[in-house]
Design a protein around this ligand. Structure first.
Ligand code: GLA
Length: 386
């Protein structure tokens, strides 16, 4: 759907043209999975797919939420605070509006029409995209002077407190700070970051959506979060650390016996080894060594499969095919896992061949098709016009 079609839809629903149009991307994480909430370093980038918001102020003191992706609409009177309703899509923008008014900001009524071209709930941060988009739009419309970093932190708070998922800062940070053709190396403890060149040369960043419904993903995510907390608590008996990612692999090996549950040991092993891999991946990108980078992607997937147990047969089937395909140099699941998407580095001139062969391979084993598409690395949230 193009922007004009979204504007026309806004006009027919609200009887006027939108005053502003905003866009916020989704993200892929290249490496550094499930370590943002363990004080680790991650390497996401914003992609060209994302969420659009056409918006105007109204004088009716009403917040009107419409979407082109979902049939439910709602109309709420302006209030001092808002609460979540069931599992509906508008909880995400509403959570952000709640956060903004809770911080003492005054807003007016708003007519809003959202449209996203990201697969929803597929590990490409559709929720961070809509949260940050709403916050960014209100920041512009009401001159709130919220910094980019604070916008990301507010999005995280919405996810943690309003939605109820204990996620880290990676997704919101990536969709705010994304930069064309750059990966973001983010230290999730200090929020210091740098842009790394992500020049894929003769390769193309390919996204493979497993199309697996992510059932209970939020509760399994919270379970992993809790497991990391328990592993850290045990290690703190012998080590003076704040996060699991403060520990290096040798130190972990020397002290892992203090964790008596073998499952918790596996979780910690993933986190600590993944954080180390991110450092190696940074060096590989800086040296423009995509082959080594690809190997680290495979190693990351293996660790998420065996130690962290967040992959699943669909994502494993995708990565297994990639390993047999000569013109693919690396692949891994991206995001929270439990279904969702994998990413792969595939030779540009083999993309069509890769796409049809992986579709056939996957369909034979899983029973339905994945969706395969090439992705560009894009900029973070922005206003498209005013
Ligand atoms: C989700 C969360 C992120 C991060 C990833 C896993 O996308 O929102 O904070 O934990 O999972 O790396």
């Amino acid at each position: 759907m193009d922007i004009n079609a979204i504007i026309n839809e806004f006009s027919s629903r609200f009887g006027k043209n939108p005053e502003h149009i905003f866009f916020c991307p989704g993200r892929v994480n290249l490496i550094g999975e499930h370590i943002d909430y363990n004080g680790g370093k991650v390497m996401p980038c914003a992609i060209s797919l994302g969420t659009y918001l056409t918006i105007s102020k109204n004088k009716d003191k009403l917040l009107r939420f419409h979407s082109l992706n979902f049939p439910e609409t709602t109309e709420l009177h302006l209030q001092e605070s808002y609460t979540k309703t069931g599992k509906t899509w508008f909880n995400y923008p509403l959570g952000m509006i709640n956060e903004i008014v809770q911080e003492g900001n005054t807003i007016s009524g708003l007519d809003m029409l959202f449209y996203g071209n990201l697969p929803i709930g597929a590990g490409l941060s559709s929720s961070a995209s809509i949260e940050v988009l709403t916050g960014f739009a209100l920041n512009q419309l009401f001159g709130l002077k919220i910094s980019n970093k604070d916008l990301a932190l507010m999005g995280k708070k919405v996810e943690n407190q309003f939605i109820g998922v204990n996620s880290g800062i990676m997704d919101q940070f990536a969709v705010v700070m994304g930069k064309k053709d750059k990966a973001i190396l983010l230290d999730c403890d200090t929020l210091e970051y740098e842009y790394l060149p992500f020049e894929t040369g003769e390769y193309i960043l390919t996204i493979i959506n497993s199309n697996k419904q992510r059932i209970l993903a939020d509760s399994k995510y919270n379970e992993r979060f809790a497991e990391c907390g328990k592993a850290l608590k045990a290690l703190k008996k012998e080590l003076n650390v704040t996060h699991l990612c403060d520990i290096d692999l040798n130190t972990f090996e020397a002290h892992r016996h203090v964790i008596d549950d073998p499952i918790l040991q596996k979780r910690a092993l993933h986190v600590i080894s993944e954080n180390f891999r991110v450092g190696e991946a940074r060096d590989a990108l800086k040296a423009n060594d995509l082959t080594s980078f690809g190997k680290l992607m495979y190693a990351s997937h293996q660790s998420l499969k065996d130690w962290y147990e967040v992959s699943g047969k669909e994502l494993d089937t995708i990565v297994e095919f990639c390993k047999t395909y000569d013109d693919c140099i690396g692949a891994r699941m991206t995001g929270a896992g439990f279904g969702g998407c994998a990413i792969a580095l595939v030779k540009k001139n083999k993309f069509e061949d890769f796409s049809s062969k992986i579709t056939e391979y996957y369909n034979q084993r899983i029973g339905y098709n994945p969706e395969v598409f090439a992705s560009e690395i894009g900029d973070g949230v922005k206003e498209l016009s005013n």
